[in-house]
Design a protein around this ligand. Structure first.
Ligand SMILES: O=P(O)(O)OC[C@H]1O[C@H](OP(=O)(O)OP(=O)(O)O)[C@H](O)[C@@H]1O
Ligand SMILES: Nc1nc2[nH]cnc2c(=O)[nH]1
Ligand SMILES: [Mg+2]
Length: 161
């Protein structure tokens, strides 16, 4: 399957997290936020700031062994969140939905929100901001760096032959 890339800048991420926070105000009051590490950490920090929430827990789910997708494992439990009642769970993205499913099983009463969602996983969310095509790979600002690109005119001209 062809892979397209969608680059998300820090500005876009901040804007999308604030848009999500605006929607989540309807859930107030909340007991706290659970960030799904690592990708949910920065979105959760922005949302915690907007919702004036100081109780921020984490859950860490590992779904890959080496390069292969393995049996998902919770390597850090969100002890402060109980069964999730009154808590918002924040992740950056749902793709296949494997991570979200494990999180929901552990926190069945929590409200699950994320910034970006692909079709295969979006039904596992309670709210998301932007839908992304399944074949698109989202490049987050913490995964990328600005790179020098040579001017077009300096590239060698390819011949047709
Ligand atoms: O719906 P899924 O197919 O499970 O994919 C979505 C998950 O994948 C990424 O996390 P990843 O496991 O790569 O770890 P990270 O957050 O530590 O980067 C992303 O942050 C989501 O948590
Ligand atoms: N950065 C990134 N991580 C992912 N994990 C699962 N899908 C994605 C994606 O589209 N982008
Ligand atoms: Mg993640």
């Amino acid at each position: 399957m062809a892979v397209n890339y969608a680059t998300v800048t820090w500005d876009q991420l901040h804007r999308d997290a604030r848009l999500l926070a605006e929607e989540l105000v309807a859930n107030m009051p909340i007991k706290g936020i659970v960030a799904v590490t690592r990708g949910g950490l920065i979105p959760a920090a922005i949302i915690a700031r907007e919702l004036n929430c100081r109780l921020v827990e984490t859950i860490s789910v590992v779904t890959y062994d080496e390069e292969e997708r393995g049996e998902p494992r919770i390597i850090k439990s969100p002890e402060a969140a109980g069964d999730g009642e009154g808590f918002l769970v924040i992740d950056d993205l749902v793709d296949s939905g494997v991570t979200a499913r494990v999180v929901r099983e552990r926190l069945p009463k929590a409200y699950f929100a994320c910034l970006y969602a692909k079709p295969a996983g979006k039904a596992l969310t309670d709210r998301f901001v932007v839908e992304v095509p399944q074949e698109t790979w989202v490049l987050f600002p913490w995964d990328t760096a600005p790179l020098f690109v040579p001017p077009l005119a300096s590239k060698p001209i390819e011949s047709d032959s």
